[in-house]
Design a protein around this ligand. Structure first.
Ligand code: XMP
Length: 323
């Protein structure tokens, strides 16, 4: 019978056999799939695993530090953390089209990943043989036989999307598994709950949650607002009730009043949805008191924001993300 524990035992042995004394690289995003893949491979082959974690400047608040803490300090992995924020923000300068953002972010990621791989190869004296990815069964199905609405409407660029020209042999230990199974495996492998239980997060990150031009200032605003919403969801035990929850920055200005002063500032849209697979979704019927409290906190604590709205459209006709 399949159990997470038996899977770990079998796969660990199989991975040791397959890899032998060769080396594996893995792109870590901080999401569930790549994190659990890293934990499993590390258990199997230890220092023959080399993880690359790229800061694209589009991560959520605290993520850059948290991922490093988990994988370097807690798991003691060979983690190559590259802060490529400047490069990504330069590439994105004045880009407003959502698909253009995705393509540019995807291509820049590949470049950064490649040069990091070259550095690892130099340290080892040879190129690593394998590339490990946290590909799940639904990803396999979707790419082989079925293009869901979001795959055709938005090109998905994420950490898994590395080109074949890189010429690695692929290791995909979760190809037959669903996300919930991978979560259970992650828990047994001691991956912290705030990583294992995480909502999905898009590869292009906060860039597609800022409508229009992506700037440092806007990213900072959005990070603060998003962190307030997520903290409140966790605090009130609502985080696990929704499929995804986040804030979106709308760079339009509206009039407000603060004390005796007139304000003319930006809007934050708060979005939470329930879903089974992300293909369709309903807006989450969060308690009104809760939403009011979140709106208050965002407007009071995030300078530059004087209004918060809640997105009450479902998918279809809207999509989960705003871009
Ligand atoms: P949409 O917005 O199409 O999103 O309803 C469906 C799910 O996919 C995620 N998403 C992405 N994930 N790269 C990704 O890795 C992308 O470009 C991308 N666009 C959307 C979205 O967060 C949701 O979970």
């Amino acid at each position: 019978d399949w159990t997470p524990a038996s899977f770990i035992e079998e796969r660990t042995a199989a991975l040791r056999e397959k890899v032998g004394d060769r080396h594996v690289i893995l792109g870590l995003s901080g999401g569930v799939d790549s994190s659990v893949a890293a934990a499993l491979l590390h258990r199997a082959i230890g220092d023959q695993l080399h993880c690359i974690f790229v800061n694209n400047g589009l991560l959520r608040k605290g993520e850059w530090e948290q991922v490093q803490k988990t994988f370097r300090d807690h798991f003691h992995m060979d983690l190559h953390a590259v802060d490529a924020t400047d490069r990504f923000l330069e590439v994105l300068d004045e880009v407003v089209d959502p698909e253009e953002k995705r393509v540019l972010i995807g291509n820049t990621f590949i470049d950064v990943f490649e040069s990091q791989t070259d550095e690892i190869a130099e340290e080892l004296g040879h190129r690593p043989t394998f590339l490990a990815q946290g590909t799940l069964y639904p990803d396999v199905i979707e790419s082989v036989s079925f293009k869901g609405p979001s795959a055709t409407i938005k090109t998905h660029h994420n950490v898994g999307g590395l080109p074949e020209e890189l010429n690695f042999e692929l290791i995909e230990p979760f190809r037959e598994l669903f996300k919930d199974e991978v979560r259970e495996i992650g828990r047994l492998l001691d991956v912290p709950e705030d990583i294992v239980g995480r909502h999905p997060f898009p590869g292009p990150g906060l860039a597609i949650r800022i409508l229009g031009d992506v700037t440092r200032e806007r990213l900072d605003l959005l990070r603060e607002a998003d962190a307030i919403f997520i903290d409140e969801l966790r605090e009130k035990d609502l985080y696990d009730e929704v499929w995804q929850a986040f804030a979106v920055l709308l760079p339009v200005q509206s009039v407000g009043v603060m004390g005796d002063e007139r304000t003319y500032e930006n809007v934050i849209a708060v979005r939470a949805v329930t879903s089974v697979d992300g293909m369709t979704a309903d807006w989450a019927h969060l308690p009104h008191d809760f939403l009011g409290h979140v709106a208050n906190r965002i407007v009071n604590e995030v300078p530059g924001i004087n209004r918060a709205v809640y997105d009450i459209t479902s998918k279809p006709p809207a999509t989960i993300e705003w871009e």
